[in-house]
Unconditional design. Structure first.
Lengths: 53, 183
């Protein structure tokens, strides 16, 4: 579970859950790049877009 | 307690927290009268994996810009630069522990046209690559009088964030490479 913080106030505005196999590396606005190991233990790079609900 | 100098030193750490800027609306109001909103991720792009031609063995750290990604591969002892469609653009570094070489790379940061690669948890080296070419090798002092500092991350302004392992994890210091590195 990742907390989403407002960059100015640092208030927590939301939470996003991701499978434990996914590690988020970098974020920019509503997109993040993350790394996930596939079934062969080879890393995959995935770009995820945050959908607000 | 509200010493502005101390806050300024902590600022790069704050900027490294997972966040989404510009949430809009009344932040306090969003949370009023209910739980924290739950957002979800939607996959847009996938690169790599066993079926890919991209020979990536490990991805210890990934940094993106508008045209591609830098990937720290500590097993291959190099940094791979790829485009957003997964094609390799170029590599940075080669195996070794000298200037321009990587032995145990674990993180990088892009500062303008320079890519700084953090190499080695013990005996830290900072390897700089300017426009794809090895440019500078720095061994910053990682010891204070009583403590050993653990490299953690690097802010976009070139400030390196280190962790003081003798005290609490939350006790983080900022180390300015350009002013504290040994020749």
């Amino acid at each position: 579970m990742y907390d989403v913080l407002d960059a100015r106030s640092l208030a927590r505005v939301a939470q996003v859950s991701v499978p434990v196999s996914i590690v988020i590396h970098t974020s920019e606005r509503d997109r993040v790049w993350a790394v996930r190991k596939d079934s062969m233990d080879v890393p995959e790079l995935i770009r995820l877009r945050i959908r607000r609900q | 307690m509200c010493d502005p100098t101390w806050f300024r030193r902590l600022l790069p750490i704050i900027l490294l927290l997972p966040f989404v800027h510009g949430c809009g609306g009344d932040v306090a109001g969003e949370n009023r009268g209910g739980g924290i909103p739950q957002w979800r991720f939607e996959e847009e792009i996938r690169i790599g994996g066993a079926e890919s031609e991209l020979d990536l063995r490990e991805a210890a750290h990934v940094v993106a810009d508008s045209t591609g990604l830098y990937i720290v591969d500590p097993i291959a002892h190099l940094v791979t630069r790829i485009s957003l469609d997964g094609r390799v653009d170029h590599f940075l570094g080669r195996p070794g522990d000298g200037p321009g070489e990587l032995a145990q790379a674990f993180a990088l940061q892009v500062v303008g046209d320079t890519v700084w690669v953090q190499d080695g948890m013990v005996g830290l080296r900072m390897e700089a690559f300017y426009r794809g070419r090895a440019a500078e090798s720095i061994r910053p002092p990682m010891h204070t009088t009583n403590n050993v500092l653990i490299p953690w991350a690097m802010a976009v302004d070139g400030t390196m964030i280190v962790r003081n392992r003798v005290v609490r994890v939350e006790d983080i210091l900022a180390l300015d490479l350009y002013h504290s590195a040994t020749p």
